[in-house]
Design a binder for this molecule. Structure first.
Ligand code: DAK
Length: 258
């Protein structure tokens, strides 16, 4: 499929989506978020894909929503049409595992989209921030909600109120990113992680992702009860029989994703 603002490819069971608007540091214009939504839908419905990597360029993962497009919008238009809900949230709603491989700027909506992914692998050049306050608005795609859950109230307040950027080391210390790697190795490491995930049972990987995400929505008691029910149901999977048999027979498992 040919896109104007993103590129897609597959590497084995991994789908790679590269944001590609270098002239605007991958600012998230409507066309880009529309294409991203379409690409995610394709990968979600493709049985041969077990994990997706979302990445940008060396200089910028995404420098936020496209400010030049945004500036003409008004509150009634945004409220009635709620344009971003349909496209941006396709990342948060994506059911298969999805990693963000972030190099350079992940600002505003760029940081928010990275946080919608299951985890972030950052290059040592990555810079995260929610600078919307400099534009006279606040984060609008989850920044005030996902950021404090990821890094705690103090740092989330600091970033959202001052608009300052946080480098990769600070982001890792704060718990926003899972790993930091040298910029030249970012894609390779992200692909390795994605290939590892894609080699597991897709059903179990999706249920694991769902369970961890549910932990943000449920009490501990309800979450643990829900986890147990899903765990029990996994003993109906061919992949559970195969995984445990393979261990006992000292061989690698061959999962069928059922
Ligand atoms: N939008 C549009 N163009 C952008 C852009 C952006 N966010 N960021 C950079 N560009 C463009 C620049 O205008 C410039 O274009 P030309 O002037 O060459 O035509 C080109 O990319 C290169 O940028 P710079 O010349 O500025 O490059 P520098 O290296 O000097 O600076 C920078 C890099 C990342 C520090 C700087 O570009 C910058 O501060 N960019 C803006 C970062 C920012 O404020 N991001 C937050 C955007 S607001 C919503 C939900 C969510 C949102 C909105 C609504 N709803 C639910 C309704 C999200 C809002 C945001 O993300």
């Amino acid at each position: 499929m040919a896109y104007n603002t993103i590129q897609t490819r597959t590497e084995g069971r991994v789908g790679v989506i590269t944001l590609n608007r270098p002239e605007a540091l991958n600012a998230l214009c409507d066309e880009l978020t529309g294409e991203l939504t379409e690409a995610l839908a394709q990968f979600e419905s493709d049985d041969d894909i077990g994990c997706v990597v979302l990445t940008g360029s060396k200089k910028s993962f995404a420098a936020g929503a496209d400010i030049k497009e945004l500036q003409g919008r008004n509150a009634v238009d945004l409220y009635l049409n709620d344009p971003f809900a349909k496209s941006w949230e396709s990342v948060a709603r994506f059911r298969k595992p999805i990693l963000a491989a972030v190099s350079g700027y992940a600002l505003g909506g760029g940081c928010e989209i990275a946080m919608m992914c299951d985890f972030i692998i950052a290059s040592d050049t990555a810079k995260f921030g929610q600078p919307e306050i400099n534009l006279g608005v606040m984060p609008g795609a989850g920044g005030t909600q996902r950021l404090p859950r990821a890094i705690g109230k103090a740092k989330a307040m600091d970033l959202c109120l001052t608009g300052r950027m946080m480098d990769a080391e600070e982001a890792e210390r704060a718990g926003l990113v899972a790993r930091i790697v040298p910029a030249d190795e970012l894609l390779e490491v992200a692909l390795q992680a994605a290939e590892t995930i894609a080699s597991k049972s897709l059903v179990v990987a999706m249920q694991t992702k769902e369970a961890i995400n549910r932990s943000y929505e449920m009490t501990l008691d309800e979450g643990i009860r829900w986890e147990r029910r899903v765990f029990q149901s996994q003993f109906n999977l061919e992949d559970q029989k195969e995984g445990m048999a393979a261990f006992a027979e000292k061989r690698s498992p061959h999962f069928k994703h059922r």
